[in-house]
Design a binder for this molecule. Structure first.
Ligand code: FES
Ligand code: FES
Length: 253
């Protein structure tokens, strides 16, 4: 028997491939054996990294399928999926409006889809852009964020109710005069918002930037920017919009 330190010739069953070699007193690192394409890279019963990933991915895909998938089941509509219709009455642009709507209908969709008042625009449909601004009982709101049924008995003013091409509202005239728009998509919301915003200031309602809550805030540039910040203009016509609002404010302080 030779111990370590003595030369010994032996045959070693490697887990990769059989090796035949000689152990020397100071063994030098031997080069990695090349993989033999005709032989498995790992012993049977062990996973390669590739097999592990493939198995895991297949398991994930299977778990993501709905229960019973593949069994050709038919989903029956439940009563919760059926629309619930209700009748509502509002005053829209000084006229009575009787509607029968799905209780989930937003005020914006009621105006556009049921009453065909398409002046009110749908931009983001989630309260971010202000394109859908209308005046509800004297206050400006995002009509995409409120349900039509919540305005039963209420009064709504849209851009169509502010003025007509023949007889424009002063704010509409000022937007034309000051070139307060480019594509015009945000303009109905901007004008409704500006009209109600001037009424807020006149009523002494403070904003986030109002310094003295005991005084009427007045239409400073800071107040204007803050109060109109919910109306986005992708064309960037802000300076002209501000000019138009200031001009109307000067006429009707
Ligand atoms: S569509 Fe209502 S806020 Fe953008
Ligand atoms: S004019 Fe185009 S988004 Fe305002």
């Amino acid at each position: 028997m030779g111990g370590i330190g003595n030369d010994e010739t032996f045959s070693l069953k490697s887990t990769v491939r059989p090796l035949t070699g000689t152990v020397r007193s100071n063994p030098q690192p031997e080069p990695e054996p090349m993989n033999d394409p005709d032989k498995p890279e790992v012993p049977s019963g062990e996973f390669t990294r590739r097999q592990f990933i493939l198995t895991g991915t297949a398991g994930l895909a299977a778990s993501a399928l709905p229960q019973g998938a593949g069994a050709q089941t038919t989903v029956q509509p439940t009563t919760a999926m059926q629309p619930v219709l209700t009748k509502i009455r509002m005053t829209v642009n000084d006229r009575p409006a009787d509607l029968e709507v799905d209780t989930r209908t937003t005020l914006l969709d009621a105006l556009r889809e049921h009453m065909h008042l398409n002046g009110t625009k749908k931009g983001c449909d989630q309260g971010q852009c202000g394109a859908c601004t209308v005046i509800a009982d004297g206050r400006r709101i995002n009509s995409c964020l409120t349900l039509a049924v919540m305005h039963e008995g209420g009064s709504i003013t849209t851009i169509e109710g502010l003025g007509t091409p023949e007889k424009m509202h002063p704010m509409q005239s000022a937007f034309v005069k000051c070139d307060g728009y480019q594509c015009g998509y945000c303009t109905p919301g901007q004008i409704c918002s500006a009209v109600a915003m001037l009424a807020e200031i006149k009523a002494g309602i403070p904003s986030h930037v109002t310094a003295d809550l005991t005084k009427n805030p007045g239409l400073t540039p800071e107040e204007l920017r803050e109060r109109m910040s919910g109306n986005i203009c992708r064309c960037g016509a802000y300076s002209n919009i501000a000019e138009a609002i200031t001009e109307v404010s000067g006429r009707n302080p």
